[in-house]
Write a protein that binds this ligand. Structure first.
Ligand code: UT7
Length: 325
């Protein structure tokens, strides 16, 4: 019998501190940096974002998201046999955030690792989980996207600091006789590494290079709209489905204009697109599972719906997962 991977529960976590655009305008003004609610809403669709307090790490947000996902799936942490965390803001250089998360969930023994594919990280992690479940290497997997991007922001750079937020989303993925995940499609092109990066690194007890986020927004925008269409068409072809089969598009939540462009190209009305960028900003690897969990809990996404998840980001990386929920 063919073995498939199926999402059996979703969960998420947002740190309590919520900053509206007005809060960001006030905060930036203290450093003499000018921005406005109008600019941020018109160019990005973002109205608010959450920031984690000092001392709260990606593993903390991940742990809460995982507990919610485990509850939703009716699975106990002890049954989990693999944890994959997608993050670009790990608690430490090493060990992995997944290892720290495993201990916070009160379990031990199962394999755990982080995936680093920036805003495409959750798509990469879900793709790996799907492959390991299909081959029989794992049966009940926690796939998590968790980020504290606020730690990487340069609050003197208005072109980036208003865009990002913190949060986590998690799914339990289980082996199943029925799909589940229908097809996956992931890509990268490292020649674009410089257009979205945190160039600094640790060396000899010091940080060498700039440890804050740098982005050429227009270059990222142009690449994103192209590859998101390509990967959507590729994953549909792999699954033998068409745009008409998609009940919900759940894209990486970076910019409402990129999301609208993808929807237009796929001939999907905006009421089939899950939008949380207005309330969360760009939470990098967390954005897709966070949006998925919100849509499930708000009753938008229902059992049996066909979902197109799409990510794009630093690397340059991109990809998609088509699944029956
Ligand atoms: O998560 C990975 C994926 N990331 C993305 O998908 C991000 C992709 N890029 C974008 O979303 C957009 O390029 C941005 C939102 C980053 C920027 O939007 P844009 O329409 O490309 O604006 P721009 O960079 O062309 O800037 C237009 C103007 C500039 O002023 P001048 O030179 O025309 O006078 C900027 O200085 O807007 C100015 N500007 C701002 N003004 C007020 C830039 N940031 C701000 C700001 N507030 N926060």
């Amino acid at each position: 019998m063919t073995r498939f991977a199926r999402i059996s529960g979703t969960g998420s976590c947002l740190p309590p501190l919520r900053l509206t655009n007005a809060d960001m305008v006030a905060r930036l003004a203290t450093a003499g940096v000018e921005t406005s609610d109008e600019w941020i809403v018109e160019r990005t669709g973002i109205r608010a974002r959450h920031f984690a307090s000092d001392g709260v790490f990606a593993s903390d947000l991940a742990a809460d998201a995982c507990r919610n996902a485990l509850d939703a799936a009716g699975v106990s942490a002890k049954e989990i046999d693999l944890i994959i965390v997608a993050t670009s803001t790990p608690d430490m250089v090493f060990p992995s955030t997944a290892a720290i998360l495993q201990h916070k969930l009160g379990i031990a023994g199962c394999p755990v690792f982080d995936v680093q594919a920036v805003c495409s990280g959750f798509i990469y992690a879900l793709t790996v989980a799907d492959a390991l479940i299909r081959t029989g290497s794992a049966s009940k997997v926690l796939v998590v996207g968790s980020e504290v991007f606020s730690r990487l922001l340069d609050f003197n750079d208005r072109t980036t600091c208003v865009l990002f937020g913190d949060g986590a989303g998690a799914v339990v993925v289980e082996a199943s006789d029925t799909p589940g995940i229908l097809a996956t499609d992931i890509h990268a092109d490292g020649k674009h590494a410089g257009i979205l990066c945190v160039p600094g690194h640790v060396s000899g007890g010091h940080i060498l290079g700039d440890p804050l986020l740098k982005m050429d927004g227009q270059a990222v925008f142009k690449l994103a709209v192209g590859v998101l269409e390509d990967t959507a068409r590729a994953v549909l072809a792999k699954a033998g489905r068409t745009e008409a089969d998609i009940d919900w598009l759940i894209p990486h939540q970076a910019n409402i204009r990129i999301m609208a462009s993808t929807a237009r190209k796929l001939k999907l009305p905006m009421d089939k697109v899950v939008v949380t960028v207005d309330q969360h900003g760009n939470t990098s690897a967390a954005s897709i599972p966070l949006a998925l969990d919100c849509a499930v809990r708000q009753g938008q996404v229902k059992k049996g719906d066909t979902l197109m998840l799409e990510g794009v980001g630093g690397g340059f990386t991109w990809g998609s997962v088509l699944l029956d929920f």
